[in-house]
Design a protein around this ligand. Structure first.
Ligand code: NAD
Length: 257
């Protein structure tokens, strides 16, 4: 599978799943644009190292996905967008009646509205190029709910709805739009929680992962960022040209429960 000659923009990609997806797209030959809201030397160095490792063009563009104008500016600044991966996301956990309104607004803006703005900016470019792939990183929480995650669950269900609508609007064109719904993925952020959880529950690493962190993931294994990236590469392949408007769960059986 070669994505040589394609340009991919991955939002929220200086760590975690976004970086993993960028790496797999670059491994498949795509030029990549990394993004986050910071503008540090290390962000640009990360893109340079990735480009060197996979012999592709890679650059970093700063844009805050909580701001609609910056979402659109990211795509405009990239100049071309064949593959758009809407990945940026944040989380906050609290009961509905205690949920800070500013957190609700931020989660809806970064996890949902950003995908509307980037997609709106990217579709004309995809139409001009005669090919396009929109891959939205939703979540198992785009299909099911958990208590105390109202904004996240609402935003991710919204991403699934946006995915279906964009797919229908582009159905007769060589453009697809799909959502990947990961379960618990082992990112640096999740890895960092393990020692604390071991202490709190007085359990060893394996037990805390099995019994506490992955209670809803029947496989009892984390998904990996490489597996999410590999799924994104598949959705960009010719084999997936008729897959549009759907969700692909990478969740160890979570949503089969
Ligand atoms: P992460 O915190 O490692 O990555 C989030 C990325 O988004 C980072 O690169 C961060 O810099 C960026 N970001 C945050 N706010 C931003 C903003 N305002 N503007 C631009 N970029 C911003 O987390 P992750 O686990 O890699 O999550 C990535 C996506 O995957 C999210 O949409 C998340 O909801 C989803 N997801 C994660 C898991 C999991 O278990 N880790 C499971 C399901 C879905």
């Amino acid at each position: 599978m070669s994505l040589k000659g394609k340009i991919a923009i991955i939002t929220g990609s200086n760590s975690g799943i976004g970086l993993g997806v960028a790496r797999e797209l670059a491994r498949a030959g795509a030029d990549v644009v990394l993004n986050s809201f910071t503008d540090r030397d290390e962000d640009h160095a990360l893109a340079a190292a990735l480009g060197k490792e996979f012999s592709v063009n890679a650059r970093y563009i700063k844009a805050d996905m909580s701001k609609g104008a910056e979402c659109r500016a990211l795509v405009e600044q990239a100049g071309r967008c064949d593959i758009l991966v809407n990945n940026a996301g944040i989380q906050h956990v609290a009961a509905v009646d205690e949920f800070p309104p500013e957190k609700w607004d931020a989660i809806l803006a970064i996890n949902l509205s950003s995908a509307f703005h980037t997609t709106a900016a990217a579709l004309p470019m995809m139409r001009k190029a005669g090919w396009g792939r929109v891959v939205n990183v939703a979540s198992a929480h785009g299909l099911t709910a958990s208590p105390f995650k109202s904004a996240y669950v609402a935003a991710k269900h919204g991403v699934v709805g946006l995915t279906k609508t964009v797919a229908l609007e582009t159905a007769e064109e060589p453009i697809t739009c799909n959502a990947i719904c990961p379960g618990y993925v082992l990112t640096p952020l999740v890895e960092a929680q393990i020692p604390d959880q071991m202490k709190v529950h007085d359990m060893d690493r394996e037990t805390v992962i099995r019994e506490v962190m992955l209670t809803r993931q029947p496989s009892k294994e984390f998904a990996t960022v490489e597996q999410i990236g590999g799924t994104a590469v598949f959705l960009c392949s010719d084999a997936a040209a008729q897959i549009t408007g759907t969700t692909i769960s990478v969740d160890g059986g979570w949503t089969a429960l």
